[in-house]
Design a protein around this ligand. Structure first.
Ligand SMILES: NC(=O)C1=CN([C@@H]2O[C@H](COP(=O)(O)OP(=O)(O)OC[C@H]3O[C@@H](n4cnc5c(N)ncnc54)[C@H](OP(=O)(O)O)[C@@H]3O)[C@@H](O)[C@H]2O)C=CC1
Ligand SMILES: O=C(O)[C@@H]1CCC=N1
Length: 272
């Protein structure tokens, strides 16, 4: 059911802000009159179906009229966002900007850091979120409902977990795409016609992901079931493992987490 509160998204015309705002309207978590979006350019597309949604180029105006303020600008753009949100719930999607920095820069102690991903666009992203002690039970219930409108969500117990999950979840939409790109390159190099190769790869990555999602099947169960055939799949899996598939994934997730932590130092800013 739509909430009678006003929800402001700074950077609401961007990839993620637009996806989450649109999903909340579609699922009825928010009424159009309860949503206000900002951008510097004034160009915000994707909300024509909801003429009641307000748009502004003035972040201070947004902050003054919103009960909940979402920060959905890129981390390097945050330095130019000047708002006073002392009495507001602040929810940040930004990678690598700590709750300490968010509190110092917005004046709010009610801070949530959340990490959705690009699949929010189709209402299918999983979003872990971390809340400071000052966040109320009602704030948390709204936050969970908001992210469930876009897929699933869990509160996590520590900011360190959120930093780790930034590299796993926030970045996550890119990883299946990388696997698909590698498979596509291989198929094309073997002379498979492009249309067939693209359909084959998309069918495998998308179809198999849905199979994995069904009934919460553990990934290891699927791998083992295929190894047990001792056929072509087992040969393929074993060769991938021998070539360092596990090590490549570990190195990738480690590097993404390290980047998230490095960014926290880079983007930490004193109170204004
Ligand atoms: N995309 C993703 O998959 C994910 C993104 N994130 C995080 O979400 C945040 C947003 O990412 P994403 O949506 O991809 O980025 P985008 O670049 O698509 O969107 C950012 C938006 O912010 C607007 N903007 C920039 N500066 C300001 C400002 N001072 N005031 C108001 N609006 C401003 C820009 O519009 P204009 O130029 O018109 O001002 C732009 O539309 C990032 O911090 C990222 O770390 C987290 C997880 C996944
Ligand atoms: O790559 C990034 O830094 C952003 C945050 C997570 C996803 N995209």
């Amino acid at each position: 059911m739509a909430q009678a509160m006003t929800f402001g998204i700074i950077g609401g015309g961007g990839w993620l802000g637009r996806a989450i705002g649109g999903a909340m309207l579609e699922k009825g978590v928010l009424a159009p009159a309860g949503l206000i979006l900002s951008s510097r350019s004034g160009r915000i597309e994707g909300f024509a179906a909801w003429p009641g949604v307000r748009m502004t180029r003035d972040n201070r105006e947004l902050a003054a009229s919103a009960d909940i303020i979402v920060l959905s600008v890129r981390p390097e753009q945050f330095a130019d966002v000047h708002i006073d949100a002392a009495d507001k719930l602040v929810i940040s999607f930004m990678a690598g900007v700590s709750v300490d920095t968010l509190s110092a820069r917005t004046g709010s102690r009610r801070v949530i850091r959340a990490m959705p991903n690009a699949a929010a666009e189709i209402g299918q992203c999983y979003t872990p979120w971390f809340a400071t002690e000052a966040v109320s039970a009602a704030d948390k219930a709204f936050t969970q409902a908001m992210f469930e409108a876009c897929g699933g969500a869990d509160e996590v117990a520590s900011e360190a977990d959120l930093d780790y999950l930034t590299g796993l979840v926030g970045s996550g939409a890119a990883y299946p795409a990388l696997l698909a790109e590698a498979m596509l390159g291989h198929a094309l190099a073997r002379g498979i016609p492009r249309q067939v190769a693209e359909n084959a790869v998309r069918g495998v990555v998308v179809g198999a992901s849905q199979l994995l999602g069904r009934d919460g099947m553990p990934p290891a169960a699927m791998v083992q079931a295929m190894l047990d055939y001792r056929g072509t799949t087992a040969a393929g899996l074993q060769a991938m493992l021998d070539a360092g598939f596990g090590r490549a994934v570990e190195a990738g997730l480690d590097a993404a987490e390290t980047a998230a932590r490095r960014m926290q130092a880079e983007y930490s800013a004193p109170a204004e």
